[in-house]
Every structure is written in C-alpha cells, then in structure tokens.
Ligand binder design. Structure first.
Ligand SMILES: *[C@@H]1O[C@H](CO)[C@@H](O)[C@H](O)[C@H]1NC(C)=O
Ligand SMILES: *[C@@H]1O[C@H](CO)[C@@H](O)[C@H](O)[C@H]1NC(C)=O
Length: 351
C-alpha cells in the first residue's frame, strides 16, 4: 500500500509543476523549536513562544517581516511546550498551560509595547494539547486537553482580560485533546475530533451567550492531530490527521446547515501538518508527518474545483511546526521537527 502511494505522489507532483509557487527561506529563529506557538501581533510582527529542543523553552522571540530577522524578547515565567496562545483585543498575548515539564495551570500575558511578561490568573485545571480561542466578547475560551499523561478532559474555562481571572464554563459532551477549535462568523466555536482512548469523529458547538455546548453533526472520518481553518467564505475546513489510519481527505463544515462535505483526497497523507486560509479563498497545507518522516510537501485546496494541487515543496521537511498568516497574506512557516528540532523559517507567497 505504501509503495503505491509513493508512486502516485511522484506522478502528481511532477504533473503539476506548472503551478509551482515560491518558497523563500527567511531568517532562522534564534532557537530551534518544536511544539512552540507562533502568534501574529497587531503590528504585523510574529511572536514565537516556548516549544522544545534539548530542553523545554521559556524563550520568546519576535520576527520582523520588514527585515526578515528574529530578535529575542523577555523570557516567559515558565518553560512551556504544547501550550495554547491567543492574541487579545487590546493587543496583548495570553499564554496558558503546557508542559514545563510539570503540567501547568499558570497563564501569563505578553505586552508587545513594553516587551514584558506578567503573570495572570491560574486555570482551574492544568492543561496541555488544549485549545485557546478569542471570543467576540474579548474573553478567551480554553477547551479540553490533557491534565495528566493519558487523562483527557471535557472541561472548558473562560479568561476575562478585564479581571485577569479564569472561570469554569459549560463542559463539552466529550473529553478530548488534539482537537481543533474554530470561531465561526456567528460567534460560536466549533470543536472537531481529537482523541480520548480512540480518535473521534464527533464535533461540538459552544454558544458564548448561553455558555452551553451542543453536539454538531459528526465528521465522516475520525481525526486527531489534524488541522482546521476558517475560510474566507465562513466555512471551516478540517484536513488530514490520524484516525483509524491516516486520513487523506478534508471535510468542509457549513454552520447554517450543520453539515460536512468530504472533499477529494489530498495528494499526500499527513498528520501534525498546518492549514492556512489564503486571501484568494483557497487553503494551503504544509508538511506534516507520514511514514517516519517530516514532509517537505505542500498543497493547495482549490475551493472552486474541489481539488488539491501539489505545489513546490518547502525547503525543509517538518512536522509539529507553525504557519502564520502575515498581514499581507504571505505565510510564515517556523520550526518543527525532522530528525531534530528546526530553527529554520520560510515564506510562501501565492502571488
Ligand atoms: C509580504 O511580506 C513578506 C514578508 O515581509 C514579503 O516577503 C513579501 O514580499 C510581501 N508580499 C507582498 C505581496 O507585498
Ligand atoms: C495550580 O497548580 C498549583 C500547583 O499544583 C496549585 O497549588 C494551585 O492550587 C492550582 N491553582 C488552581 C486555581 O487550581
């Protein structure tokens, strides 16, 4: 089976050569990082926090798109990997939980004007592999994750930037980690898949007004370690991941009808990859893990034809990396793993 896939991959990547796009290496990060988080700040610079190489990092650094260079900023109070991050409405950055190697319930705020961190409230649960979503109210919703090795939770908490406090909110119907969270145009939050004892096909919706969860239509495939992104048309696409084997398709969620539509398959199986919305409405998927390797492969989902188009490969194979959409639509890829932690960063421009 693996051999057949491999041949198929070679043929398709060759035949789409004419659609080739450009990957350009930009400055290396100061630290090699895997399981870090990259966050685009209000001024368009990119803050990278934590992650791990031969140690878990408290280090943070900032990318300036106008120079292509990285600069250290103040360290976080705690080393963190597998933490979660949200940009707040006031431009500060909220970092929560992670592995330190203790499992953290602490959270901290980065002020990009002063370049400093301050400790803020403690979550009611330690969490890693959780999600963090900025709501329209300005509060942040933290969902699920693990509180201990092998212990997934269904709890959710809200952070209020006005008080710096965490409060419990409604519980999900299903405990999960390695899920995705996407804010819909109507302000509700869609949680998909993930893992607890087994990969999940279930999806749930959080209503910030009533603070309650409802079960959404299940996906066609169970997926964890997948990637989700909200498209410019308001639909949510979930891509790849690991379910009962690698999942080759993507699925599109329409919230008005609460339905999923499975797309044509991607050209390459992948998990621990990234998915980013391009300004032309399409979706860029990069790298990921398959067959013991970090992938260089990248492909674009063309919404109008429901096809995945193989584009030029990245300069570096990687998984558990990050993709950030810069203010001008260029995608910045940072770090990840491929035999070792990576400090390299590269840019993709669709124009
Ligand atoms: C967008 O920003 C990136 C990073 O600064 C730069 O490399 C790229 O040329 C810019 N693209 C456009 C279309 O301006
Ligand atoms: C956070 O964790 C610390 C250390 O385990 C514990 O002492 C503290 O009570 C926890 N905080 C909350 C709000 O549960």
């Amino acid at each position: 089976m693996a051999v057949i896939h491999f041949i198929f991959i070679l043929i398709t990547s060759h035949s789409f050569k004419c659609f080739a796009q450009q990957w350009i290496d930009t400055g290396d990060m100061i630290n090699a990082r895997v399981d870090h988080v990259a966050t685009v700040l209000k001024d368009g610079k990119v803050l990278v926090t934590g992650g791990t190489n031969d140690r878990i990092l408290a280090d943070a650094e900032i990318y300036d798109p106008s120079t292509g260079r990285w600069k250290s900023t103040e360290n976080m109070f705690y080393p963190r990997q597998c933490h979660a991050v949200s940009l707040l409405t006031d431009g500060k950055v909220l970092v929560s939980g992670g592995v330190s190697p203790a499992f953290l319930n602490t959270s901290e705020l980065y002020d990009s004007d002063t370049g400093t961190w301050t400790i803020t409230g403690q979550m009611n649960n330690p969490r890693f592999f959780h999600t963090s979503t900025l709501l329209k109210s300005g509060k942040v919703l933290i969902v699920g994750g693990k509180t201990d090795i092998g212990v997934d939770v269904n709890t959710a908490e809200l952070y209020d930037p006005k008080t710096g406090m965490w409060t419990m909110t409604g519980h999900m119907n299903q405990a999960r980690s390695y899920h995705t969270a996407s804010i819909l145009l109507n302000g509700k939050v869609l949680i998909t898949g993930g893992y607890t004892f087994a990969p999940l096909d279930s999806a749930e919706l959080y209503d910030p007004v009533t603070e309650t969860w409802t079960t959404a239509r299940s996906m066609d495939y169970a997926r964890s370690e997948h990637a989700a992104v909200v498209l410019t048309n308001g639909k949510v696409i979930v891509t790849g991941g690991y379910g009962y084997g690698y999942v080759k398709t993507a699925e599109l969620y329409t919230s008005e009808t609460d339905t999923w539509a499975t797309t044509n398959p991607m050209n390459i199986l992948r998990t621990h990859h990234t998915a980013s919305a391009l300004s032309n409405g399409n979706v860029l998927v990069t790298g990921g893990y398959y067959n013991t390797e970090g992938l260089r492969s990248a492909e674009v989902y063309d919404l109008s034809t429901d096809t995945w188009i193989t584009i030029d490969s990245m300069n570096h194979g990687r998984f558990r990396h990050q993709a950030s959409v810069l203010l001008n639509g260029t995608i910045l890829i940072t770090g990840g793993f491929n035999g070792g932690s990576l400090s390299s960063a590269e840019l993709y421009s669709s124009s």
